[in-house]
Design a protein around this ligand. Sequence first.
Ligand code: ADP
Ligand code: XUL
Length: 521
Amino acid sequence: MSLFLGLDSSTQSLSACVIDAEGGEFVAEEHVHFGSDLPHYGLESGFAAGTEDGEIFSNPLMWLEAVDLLFARLVTKNVPLEKVVAVSGCGQQHGSVFLNSQFESSLDQLSAGSSLVAQLGGVFSRPVSPIWMDSSTSSQCEEITQSLGGAEEVCRRSGSVAIERFTGPQIRKFAQQDPTAYRETTTIHLVSSFLASVLSGRSVAIDTGDGAGMNLMNLTNGSWDGELLTATAPDLGAKLPPVSPSATITGKVAPYFAEKYGLNTNCQVVLWSGDNPGSLVGMGAAQPGKVVISLGTSDTLFAAMPQPVTDPRGFGHVFGNPMGGFMSLICFRNGSLAREAVKEQFELSWQDFELTGLARTEPANGQRVMLPFVADEITPRVSSSAMIPCGWEGQPSAAECVRGVLEGQFLNMKYHADWLGVETEEILLTGGASENDGIAQTAADIFGKKVRRLEISGSAALGAALRAAVAVGDSDLARLEEVFSAPTPGRDLLPRPEYTSRYQDLEKVFAEALRKHFAVQ
Ligand code: ADP
Ligand code: XUL
């Protein structure tokens, strides 16, 4: 039996997926929820606001403690870790980890007699990690854009215009605000490459999938772009690890994991990638022609693309596809945030979303829409703190708000995905909220496409396991996808034709509301 382990360090949790590639079976799934399993960090959803407007931080020590806890749980469940041939992983994208000169030597000396937190507590030159929800770097984005001679040039090189949450602008802000700590920083990692380094017991490369989310990598050659580095922060080239193809094998797992948790001493580590690139693979969408919508903490819509095509509106991104080529991605920050806000406001359960919300209202809410942004949004870039109901005379009811948030979110996605140009008959749905049949049906009706779901909702961890199997084993991705990424029979939802024209009209109402309230074209 050859097992492969995939890990996913996302915003709210760390997940593991173990597969038997030859036998075609899922062997184990395991999770550590940062808020409930590690409450002593005080980060209920895995992050906290900083002191300045728009700042959002997480704690890299919490991610390390989660790694120890996750492996301990796999051992308790008798998962045969000695049979794991290779491990890979993925992380929430864009987040950065700032490390000092002790990083490499501390990794090299990790002892199984103590914890990761106890041994790596002193390696950070910055105690916090800014993450993808941070929107505090507008002035740094402007400065980088000006240095390069305009947004189009930044986009041509890096696949995205300068974006607040991307790592480059975040690094620039840190270098400006705390030049001493920046000077003491010897290595800057992404969440993915940081954890890949811990597993490898040495500092390893950033992969081209996640590296593209930094505004620092040149898409055409998959290397750091000298001009973007210079425009971002002093001496940055010396602080960044190299960038390498996602399929790179970094070497054997650190002895720490073999001794402490029984991983095989020959177990290989494959570079980690971003959670969305990982999910592209897990969903069986690494070949062009399929569109995936992930409903996690953020909502994302992505697809593989053979050649980079950039979003004329500047909201979308091009990342590296871990299996080669490129992928497009559009991120919507008010994903579960907005759905949870409605759920909490009206004290509903997720089941009530279907029973109280969707069942008691008519599709299209009487041709009225809600602009579904309870916090600042990335796509489109708008500042907001509450949903805006458009067309109601009084206050909308709880049921209308449930329908309004969901319809508003999928209309917003459809409106902003028109540049992708992918012809597809079906949408693959993943992420925590994809479990909800009412939410999935709303997506099917609004996009007018069949919606399909996989057996497991953790497609990013699965993608990591599949990548490990392809990079190290002799497995063929197409065969693995047929077994592990096949949509579950009986879970498909078809668009209901009686609502098609209603939703086509509602799209125009939504676009008009965006124009009126936020001047979005
Ligand atoms: P991430 O990987 O970004 O941390 P997940 O994909 O695990 O997030 O999704 C977690 C979110 O899914 C939760 O925050 C919750 O809002 C949402 N969720 C979980 N179950 C349901 C459900 N049955 N209906 C709607 N949303 C759900
Ligand atoms: C993508 C993005 C988020 C994070 C967290 O650009 O910012 O989807 O990867 O999941």
